[in-house]
Design a protein around this ligand. Structure first.
Ligand SMILES: Nc1ncnc2c1ncn2[C@@H]1O[C@H](COP(=O)(O)OP(=O)(O)OP(=O)(O)O)[C@@H](O)[C@H]1O
Ligand SMILES: [Mg+2]
Length: 298
């Protein structure tokens, strides 16, 4: 099966990579592709600095699920908001819920408990996918624009850690459910994003090792983003500092692509650096590049 068709069958696609490499852009591009392929898709961004809405030329979502096109929705998720909603749902008495939410114990717990935010994020995705959230649009698939590398591994490892320490009760049940989801390559796909530059490539190779060690998974695909186009050879263009810079950047890209070819076995999709600002035109153009770049891979 073609790579993008395989990814389209996953309930949850987690997009991760080093900070600033284009995770949000790639999540938006994947979401747009999948919606056009007939899936009902929600792209969830977990980042207090809301960026995703700009990719679709929309006003900020303020945490709500908002429409971003046919079959496509986006949301900026604050893990704390999800945890508060769980407390409200479990404690039906409004006054009691208010007291718990305002208590210092609850504040300390939600800020300090390892893995709790990660469980909240995955739990939110799981509830939406299983149709448990009243009033939410009917969704087939979630693209999760995960926090940068270290946090991305933590996100996927958290359910396993929770089930190691909590054995009974609703948290153990949810942890178990999420651990099975994350471990199942038929339901949960992982997409890594990098630039073809030295540090991001180093970090994405380490990400792969960390995922293998901690979740026994490797990403289904690697997106190599922001590639400079081939530069004119000396003599082909009048030499000036810009052409020189372009040549050096492209040279760096080629060296790092070579390194990835040797070290990353598995599908790699290359995306160009486009001369466009963050917004719908960038996403639409990158979508075509993604589809073309993925054609060769199964
Ligand atoms: N292929 C591309 N061509 C042109 N611009 C791009 C491309 N990919 C990303 N960008 C731009 O680069 C910037 C960083 O991209 P993006 O916000 O997707 O990165 P990120 O990995 O989500 O960053 P962060 O870790 O800060 O969340 C954005 O302004 C985005 O519009
Ligand atoms: Mg981002």
């Amino acid at each position: 099966m073609r790579l993008l068709d395989t990814l389209a069958r996953r309930k949850l696609l987690v997009v991760t990579g080093k900070g600033g490499v284009g995770k949000t852009a790639v999540s938006a591009v994947l979401g747009r592709h999948l919606a056009r392929a007939g899936r009902r898709v929600l792209v969830v961004e977990v980042d207090p600095r809301e960026n995703l809405y700009q990719m679709f030329g929309l006003p900020p979502s303020g945490g709500e699920i908002i429409g971003a096109g046919h079959n496509l929705w986006i949301q900026n998720l604050k893990p704390r908001q999800v945890l508060d909603a769980v407390v409200r749902e479990r404690l039906k008495l409004e006054l009691l819920a208010k007291r718990v939410l305002a208590s210092t114990i609850y504040q300390h717990f939600t800020e300090g408990a390892p893995g709790l935010n990660e469980i909240a994020i995955l739990g939110h995705a799981w509830r939406l996918l299983s149709g448990h959230q009243k009033g939410a649009p009917p969704i087939d698939q979630i693209v999760l624009d995960a926090p940068a590398t270290g946090h991305g591994v933590r996100l996927l490892a958290a359910p396993g850690l929770v089930t190691d320490v909590i054995h009974n009760g609703p948290f153990a049940e949810m942890g178990g459910e999420l651990a099975r989801l994350v471990a199942d390559p038929e339901r949960c796909g992982i997409v890594a994003v990098t630039l073809a530059e030295e540090m991001p490539v180093q970090e994405v190779l380490e990400l792969r090792e960390a995922l293998l060690a901690q979740v026994r998974r490797v990403p289904e695909a690697l997106v190599v983003n922001g590639l400079y186009p081939p530069a004119p050879a000396p003599g082909e263009a009048k030499d000036n500092p810009l052409v020189d810079l372009w040549r050096r950047r492209r040279g760096l890209n080629e060296r790092e692509l070579e390194r990835l070819r040797a070290a990353w076995d598995g599908p790699r999709i290359e995306l160009p650096q486009l001369p466009l600002d963050r917004g719908p035109a960038l996403i639409a153009n990158l979508q075509r590049c993604l589809e073309k770049g993925a054609e060769a891979w199964t």
